[in-house]
Design a protein around this ligand. Structure first.
Ligand SMILES: Nc1ncnc2c1ncn2[C@@H]1O[C@H](COP(=O)(O)OP(=O)(O)OP(=O)(O)O)[C@@H](O)[C@H]1O
Ligand SMILES: [Mg+2]
Length: 455
C-alpha cells in the first residue's frame, strides 16, 4: 500500500503542497505552511474533517457598510419593498399576464435613471421598439435608460462586464433567458435556475439591484423552480383583477424588511398612478343600504383599508345541489363560517346557493374578516340591510365565539374618519378606545339577534 503523503497547507491562502517550504509558492507569505494530517485515498474520499481550507470566523458586530436603500421613485413601490431598493439584492416580481409588470418596472427604471443612477433594462419578451412605444405612451421616452432586447445570459453579462456596473438591472423576464452552460430550451426549470444563478451572482458581486420578472402559473405561483424563490432576496407579486383599475404590489418574502406592507396603484392610460390613501378605494359607491353588504376595515400592513363584502343568497326550489362561489376570499373559510352559522345559530343554508364577493377586485387575507362575512351572509339570508354607517370585524371560532383581533383601535379610527360611526366587534380592550359607538358581540348568535332579531 502506498504510504500516505504528508501535506502542508498554507494558513493564509489555503494552497496545499507536499513539501515544506519557508515561503508559500502561491501567495508569497512567509512561514505560513503548516503540516496537516496525511490524507489517504480512503480518508480524502470519506472524511471531510481534513484537507479543506480554514474558514475565517467573524464577530457579528464587525463594522459593515450601512444599508443604503435607493428609492425607486414610486413611493408605493418603495413601501412594498420595505423602504427602497437594496444594492446587491435580487428581487423576483411575479404577476398575471398583462397585469402591468413591465409598465411598473419601466416607470421605476425611468425614475431611477432620472435621479442620476445607471439603469439597464433587458427585454427578452418584447422587441426594443415595443418597449420604446410603451415608454412614449408613458411619457418616459427621455429617460436615460440603457435598453436592449436580449435573451442570452452570456451576452448580457459580457456586455455588463465592459461597462460600469449599473445601479439597477431589470430582466423582463427570467423565463426567456438562456444560459449556454446548460442544455434545454429557455423557460425549463434548469435553464431558469442557471440563468437566475448567474445574474444573481453578478448582482451580488457588483452591488447592482436586480429585478427579475417571473411568469406565474394558473394557480398564481411563480413558474419554474420553487428554488428560484429561495435564491432571491425579495419575492413580490403584482395583483389585481384585470377588469378593475386597481393593482396591489405585495411582497411575499423580504430579507430586508417586513412583508405585510402593500403598494397600491391605479392603471391608467398614462401608466400606473400611485394611490397614496387607499382606504376608500374598495368601497362601491353606495347610495342606500342593500341587504347582503357589510363593510370591513381590513389592515394591510400598517394601513387600514375599508372593503365591502357582498353576499347573495338564492333559495333553490328544486332539490339540486346548491352552488357556493367565493371571489376574493378563501373558499374553505366560507364553508367553515356557513357551518358555524348552521350549527351554533340554527340558520339553514342547506337549500340555498351562496355567493360571496369582495368588491373592487380586492383579495382579503385578514382573518378578522370573519365577522363581516358572517354579517353579510346573515343580512342576505334574512333580506335585512345592515346600517349603512356600520363596520364589522372579528375572528369567529368553531364554537361560535367572536375573538379579538389585532389593531382594533386603528380599524375603528379609520372607519370613524370615513363616516362609519358604528363598529361591531369582539369584546375586549378595543371597546374603550376609538371614536363612535362600539357594540360588543361576544358570540355569533348575538350577531344574528342583532341583525334579524330586534327589527
Ligand atoms: N394605451 C393604453 N391605455 C391604457 N392602458 C393600457 C394601454 N396599453 C396597455 N395598457 C395596460 O397595460 C397593461 C399591460 O401592461 P404590461 O405590458 O406592463 O403588463 P405585463 O404584466 O408586463 O404583461 P406580460 O405578462 O404580457 O409581460 C394592459 O393590460 C393594459 O391594462
Ligand atoms: Mg411584460
Amino acid at each position: 500500500m502506498a504510504k500516505p503523503k504528508t501535506r502542508y497547507a498554507c494558513q493564509a491562502c489555503g494552497s496545499v503542497t507536499h513539501r515544506w517550504q519557508g515561503q508559500c509558492a502561491d501567495c508569497g507569505e512567509w512561514n505560513t505552511l503548516a503540516e496537516e494530517a496525511p490524507a489517504t485515498v480512503f480518508s480524502s474520499k470519506h472524511d471531510l474533517t481534513s484537507g479543506g481550507r480554514r474558514v475565517a470566523f467573524e464577530p457579528l458586530d464587525a463594522p459593515s457598510e450601512r444599508l443604503v436603500r435607493r428609492s425607486t421613485g414610486l413611493a408605493e413601490f418603495d413601501r412594498a419593498l420595505g423602504g427602497g431598493l437594496v444594492p446587491g439584492s435580487a428581487i423576483l416580481m411575479g404577476g398575471d399576464p398583462g397585469i402591468g409588470k413591465s409598465t411598473l418596472l419601466l416607470q421605476a427604471s425611468a425614475a431611477v435613471a432620472k435621479a442620476g443612477a445607471s439603469v439597464v433594462y433587458i427585454s427578452g419578451e418584447e422587441a426594443a421598439g415595443q418597449v420604446r412605444l410603451r415608454a412614449e405612451r408613458l411619457g418616459l421616452a427621455g429617460a436615460p435608460i440603457s435598453l436592449a432586447a436580449a435573451t442570452s445570459v452570456r451576452d448580457i453579462l459580457t456586455t455588463l462586464g465592459t461597462m460600469e456596473p449599473p445601479a439597477l438591472l431589470v430582466i423582463d423576464s427570467i423565463q426567456t433567458m438562456h444560459s449556454d452552460q446548460i442544455e434545454g430550451a429557455p423557460g425549463t426549470v434548469s435553464q431558469v435556475r442557471a440563468s437566475a444563478f448567474e445574474l444573481i451572482r453578478f448582482a451580488k458581486e457588483n452591488g447592482t439591484a436586480l429585478v427579475l420578472v417571473g411568469h406565474v402559473t394558473k394557480d398564481g405561483s411563480i413558474a419554474g423552480p420553487r428554488v428560484l424563490e429561495h435564491m432571491v432576496d425579495v419575492v413580490m407579486s403584482f395583483e389585481g383583477e384585470r377588469s378593475h383599475q386597481y393593482r396591489i404590489l405585495r411582497s411575499l418574502k423580504n430579507r430586508f424588511g417586513p412583508v405585510d406592507e402593500i403598494g397600491v396603484f391605479a392603471m391608467e392610460g398614462a401608466g400606473l398612478a400611485e394611490v397614496a390613501n387607499p382606504s376608500m378605494l374598495f368601497l362601491s359607491g353606495r347610495s342606500e343600504p342593500i341587504a347582503g353588504s357589510a363593510v370591513f376595515p381590513a389592515m394591510e400592513g400598517t394601513r387600514p383599508v375599508l372593503v365591502e363584502i357582498q353576499a347573495l343568497i338564492v333559495r333553490l326550489q328544486s332539490g339540486a345541489t346548491p352552488r357556493r362561489a367565493v371571489v376574493g376570499w378563501d373558499n374553505g373559510r366560507m364553508a367553515m363560517l356557513l357551518a358555524v352559522l348552521e350549527a351554533r345559530c340554527g340558520l339553514n343554508f342547506s337549500s340555498c346557493e351562496v355567493y360571496l364577493n369582495i368588491a373592487g377586485g380586492y383579495r382579503l387575507a385578514d382573518p378578522a374578516a370573519d365577522l363581516a362575512v358572517a354579517a353579510a351572509l346573515v343580512s342576505a339570508l334574512g333580506d335585512k340591510a345592515l346600517p349603512a354607517n356600520a363596520v364589522w370585524f372579528g375572528e369567529v371560532s368553531l364554537a361560535g365565539e367572536v375573538r379579538p383581533v389585532a389593531h382594533a383601535g386603528i380599524r375603528r379610527r379609520e372607519a370613524a374618519k370615513l363616516g362609519f360611526t358604528i363598529a361591531c366587534g369582539p369584546p375586549g380592550p378595543a371597546s374603550g378606545d376609538g371614536e363612535g359607538r362600539y357594540t360588543e358581540l361576544s358570540m355569533l348568535p348575538n350577531l344574528v339577534d342583532r341583525i334579524l332579531g330586534e327589527a
